[in-house]
Ligand binder design. Structure first.
Ligand SMILES: Nc1ncnc2c1ncn2[C@@H]1O[C@H](COP(=O)(O)OP(=O)(O)OP(=O)(O)O)[C@@H](O)[C@H]1O
Ligand SMILES: [Mg+2]
Length: 716
């Protein structure tokens, strides 16, 4: 989700000017009220203030301030999923994302910041009110152009920076970044003040103007700006409403761009969140802006502060993106630009799906994860109902796009084609939904796909078997089986061998989860032969892990270890694939636990699994490995280690709703046994001390990083 989102909101720039009174007042409001809204026009500085307020107040929230950046989110239905993902809550259980969020927040003392709510007002109001009801020690802070309009909402209106005063400081700071040694002096102060007055103290407008110093001396800059505003206001500074002042500053900035930069500005508006240079080249090059020219135009936009560079990625502030979106709609290029956007992310997803078991799996996965808002945007563009582009003057608002999406059904050939790409995208991301733990969201897009393809056909068959698989991991086994069976039957009727093979594979898993072990074993045979015949190596390897799990549940640990070893051998000794190999290690680790004399191998398999799960950021998988390592320690005579490991697993299970092992009774019984033995061996109080140490260790690490990923545990 990028650096903009997560725990301990990191401010993009180290520089922050003024706002002392505002921050003091917001601090008071946060102490008194549980819902505080920072409201104000675009570019006035709401996001920066919210971030600073959060850093200042951090000490009051032991479970942290968390910031959820919503400008890249278009679909209100995915708001709870977005919050869950920021909090690091996996979607691996039957609860809805909203339930997971509420349960998790229930006992926390935490500040939840929803940044940029205006395009999702109803959804943000509903979520906030649910949070306030369910979680008595959580405070919600929002930034928005329009208040949520809720009963206990304390609205803090933010105005621009004062002129003279901090507005001038901001200008000086930004100007110094463009011209070495620039400083406001007695001599140039009148010009700077005049410029800041013209721009009404709006930070974004000041930033856009300051960068023009690169090509214009200050007096010329002021003169031109004066002329621009004189046309609109008859010469009175402050005579325009603020949003018009900002708009004028943006238009002015736009006019001063080269034609190539202007075109790029418009086309870049199809991106959500951040994007890479490669993405810009691929999506934005078209007639009148050829691929080799994209880089220089992009550099030009960065120089003009229209695009912000963050490490290797780029992003546009919302106001500027909206302006670009309007230009794009007017240019008649919206549809072709979106087509290229869809094509880019589809190609990435297809590669990932088609090379799932390759060595570069994790690199490709991280690329996708980093650009998640664009995957969502591409899915949304592709699966939109109507073929019509939004009206030019509305193109910038997500609401307008959502309204278009719910318009009447159009099934033009072009729309069908687009939907097919959407279906392919949702299904090619199969492995991505699993690794990221975004099972609920994956299911959401697959359901949307199924809504577009209501008649039997290849898209519907593939989406059904894929959704069945995700549902079975979310504990929704009844509907999982229905999906798998319907999709498989459809694929058989269509003669679609690849989907049929996967259909059998997924059905086998669901039958296993349902405890129908004999049938599962039968289906597994069929699945394996078909996957092999299709050359679907990733499918076959996944099936072997599933088969290992089935053997384990059927009391055949030897066969379990054998099939896992076979799978690992197929992957090869030096493979860097993580998802399937980790799964194989987990499953065989558990079987080895049940086999006398195999403790050393068991420890090795589980450690390997834990390492892989960390790489994947899979908190439930980590919990699984730690828990079973804990049981093993009873066998090897280290009860203190058992207590520590079970304690360490606890905060990880908590993220998944505190149901261990998806509620599998055998596993829960083994967990209880290990706990009892360790407690008896150590005594109640020593057990509690070691357990608490493990919990503390993991909780600290979870709290330090952004949700989910990047956890590195050193276990005793
Ligand atoms: N106090 C400040 N100090 C330094 N820079 C600031 C300050 N306030 C705003 N800015 C800069 O001005 C620009 C707009 O600020 P920000 O993104 O916080 O506005 P916003 O009100 O959240 O806008 P939007 O409505 O588009 O979300 C940013 O580039 C930001 O860095
Ligand atoms: Mg903002």
């Amino acid at each position: 989700m990028g650096s903009m989102t997560g725990r301990f909101p990191r401010d993009g720039h180290a520089d922050f000017v003024g706002r002392h009174e505002e921050l003091a007042r917001i601090g008071e409001l946060l102490a008194d009220s549980r819902l505080v809204t920072i409201a104000g026009p675009g570019g006035v500085g709401k996001t920066r203030i919210a971030r600073s307020a959060a850093s200042q107040a951090a000490g009051r929230y032991p479970d942290g301030p968390w910031i959820v950046e919503l400008s890249g989110l278009r679909d209100p239905a995915l708001l709870p999923n977005t919050v869950a993902s920021v909090l690091g809550l996996p979607e691996q259980d039957p609860r809805s994302a909203l339930q997971s969020v509420l349960e998790y927040l229930k006992d926390r003392r935490l500040l939840l910041i929803l940044d940029t709510c205006e395009h999702l007002l109803d959804a943000c109001a509903a979520l906030s009110s649910a949070v306030l009801r369910a979680a008595p020690s959580v405070t919600v802070l929002t930034t928005t152009r329009q208040p949520l309009d809720m009963p206990d909402e304390q609205v803090f209106p933010v105005g621009p920076l004062p002129v003279p005063g901090h507005a001038v400081d901001l200008f000086e700071l930004r100007a110094a970044a463009v011209i070495d040694g620039f400083a406001v002096t007695e001599q140039n102060a009148p010009d700077v003040i005049r410029l800041c007055q013209r721009l009404d103290g709006i930070p974004l407008a000041i930033e856009l103007a300051a960068v023009r110093l690169r090509e214009l001396p200050l007096p010329d800059l002021v003169r031109r700006l004066d002329r621009r505003f004189a046309l609109l206001t008859g010469g009175q500074p402050g005579a325009l409403p603020r949003h018009q002042t900002l708009r004028t500053a943006i238009e002015w900035s736009h006019e001063l761009c080269s034609p190539a930069e202007r075109r790029l500005w418009a086309r870049l508006s199809v991106f959500a969140g951040t994007f890479s240079l490669a993405a810009a080249e691929e999506v934005c090059a078209e007639v009148s802006l050829e691929r080799p020219d994209v880089v220089s135009a992009l550099v030009g936009l960065v120089d003009k502060s229209v695009v912000i560079r963050e490490d290797e990625r780029y992003r546009m502030l919302d106001t500027l993106r909206e302006f670009g979106a309007q230009r794009l709609a007017e240019s008649g290029e919206l549809a072709s630009c979106r087509e290229r956007h869809i094509a880019r992310y589809l190609a990435m997803a297809q590669y990932f799906g088609g090379h799932f078991a390759d060595d570069d799996q994790m690199d490709r996965y991280h690329e996708l994860r980093e650009t998640h808002p664009n995957l969502r945007a591409a899915l949304e563009y592709a699966l939109e109902l109507d073929d019509e582009a939004p009206e030019a003057d509305e193109a910038g608002s997500w609401q307008a796009m959502a309204a278009v999406a719910s318009a009447s059904v159009v099934t033009s050939v072009a729309a069908q084609e687009r939907w097919r790409s959407g279906a392919d995208l949702a299904c090619s991301l199969h492995g991505y939904w699993q690794i990221s733990g975004l099972l609920g969201e994956g299911g959401y897009w697959l359901t949307k796909t199924l809504d577009r393809f209501t008649d039997p056909g290849p898209e519907r068959a593939r989406a059904l078997v894929n959704r069945g698989f995700l549902r079975s991991f979310m504990g929704d086994i009844g509907s999982a089986l229905a999906d798998c069976e319907a999709g498989t039957a459809m694929a058989v009727a269509l003669g679609d061998d690849a989907v049929t093979a996967r259909g059998y594979q997924h059905t086998m898993l669901t039958l296993t989860f349902l405890g129908r072990h004999d049938e599962a074993a039968q289906v597994a045979k069929e699945a394996r032969a078909r996957l092999r015949a299709c050359g679907d190596l990733a499918g076959e390897l996944m099936l072997m892990a599933q088969l290992g799990h089935l053997h384990q549940l059927s009391g055949k640990p030897d066969e379990c270890v054998a099939v896992c070893d076979e799978g690992l051998a197929m992957l090869g000794p030096d493979n860097r694939e993580q998802w399937i190999s980790t799964y194989l290690h987990v499953v065989s680790g558990f079987a080895l636990f049940q086999m006398p004399g195999r403790e050393v191998e068991c420890e090795a398999a589980l450690r390997r699994a834990l390492y892989g799960k960390q790489e994947l950021g899979d908190v439930i998988g980590m919990a699984y490995a730690l828990d079973v390592l804990g049981w093993l320690s009873v066998k090897t005579g280290s009860p203190a280690r058992t207590a520590w490991l079970l304690g360490a697993a606890e905060p990880l299970w908590e993220r998944g709703g505190s149901v261990r092992f998806s509620g599998t009774a055998i596993m829960e019984e083994l967990h209880q046994q290990a706990e009892r033995s360790a407690r008896e061996a150590l005594g109640v109080s020593d057990y509690a001390v070691s357990f608490a140490a493990g919990t503390w260790y993991v909780r600290e690490r979870l709290n330090a990083g952004p949700g989910g990923g990047a956890l590195r545990l050193e276990i005793p």
